[in-house]
Design a binder for this molecule. Structure first.
Ligand SMILES: *Cc1c(COP(=O)(O)O)cnc(C)c1O
Length: 222
């Protein structure tokens, strides 16, 4: 058994059945992604539109591509219709533009709303109060070509696990609140994308349904 397969297995063994693993392949060449595919992995995460396009064109069609990077409006044509899920819908304008592009293509694009929970200036995303206001305004219900499927967030990059846990807990309670106020009885609003290589075990304990793991999978020697 090769090291990549072993690593995928050991991570999957730590995940409950309701939590999916997206293998973040953003820094990996096509050959390595193919090895992970051959080991059984089907969901991969990319953070740059052009790289997503290029890799998708060279790899099997049954790969489920997740777009996880900041998306500029002038690049959305490369992503809409190709990504199974866009995790990084992080502004009102981007949502409007994504909806427009999906309408033009006559498709429904699955998206997660990115929430800014980390104590770091550089992270993109909606502030929790901003998202509450957007939900209350009815705006999220006016995007017929988007399927809003949940929330995505990144915890602070810190060794303070109590802080990480608090941030994930905040995400989960915001998710529950939005589900009740804005998406009641909508089974499509079901995802909480949180947890990366260093913190996915905590994220799982706090209710994550999708972990996005890169280096912990791909840093193994093959
Ligand atoms: C790079 C990245 C990941 C994966 O990070 P690792 O620490 O390599 O697991 C997850 N989510 C997002 C949004 C990323 O940009």
């Amino acid at each position: 058994m090769n090291a990549l397969r072993e690593q995928l297995l050991s991570i999957n063994n730590c995940l409950p059945l309701h939590t999916a693993l997206v293998a973040v392949s953003k820094t990996q060449p096509v050959g390595i992604i193919r090895k992970a595919y051959e080991a059984g992995q089907r969901a991969f995460g990319e953070s740059r539109p052009q790289a997503l396009r290029d890799k998708a064109s060279k790899l099997p069609e049954d790969i489920e591509w997740h777009f996880i990077g900041h998306l500029q409006s002038n690049k959305i044509k490369l992503v809409v219709g190709l990504a199974h899920t866009i995790h990084s819908a992080d502004s009102e304008k981007l949502l409007i533009d994504l909806n427009k592009e999906a309408a033009r293509r006559q498709c429904t694009q699955r998206c997660l709303l990115q929430v800014r929970i980390a104590q770091e200036e550089t992270k993109y995303g909606f502030a929790p109060d901003e998202l509450r206001a957007l939900a209350a305004s009815g705006f999220l219900a006016q995007l017929p070509h988007l399927q809003i499927a949940g929330l995505m967030g990144m915890a602070t990059n810190t060794s303070d696990t109590a802080q990480i846990r608090r941030e994930f807990r905040t995400m989960k309670s915001l998710y529950t609140e939005l589900q009740q106020t804005c998406f009641p009885a909508d089974p499509a609003f079901c995802e909480l994308s949180m947890g990366m290589s260093n913190d996915y075990a905590i994220a799982v304990e706090e209710g994550s349904t999708i972990v996005r793991v890169g280096s912990a999978i791909f840093s193994v020697k093959n």
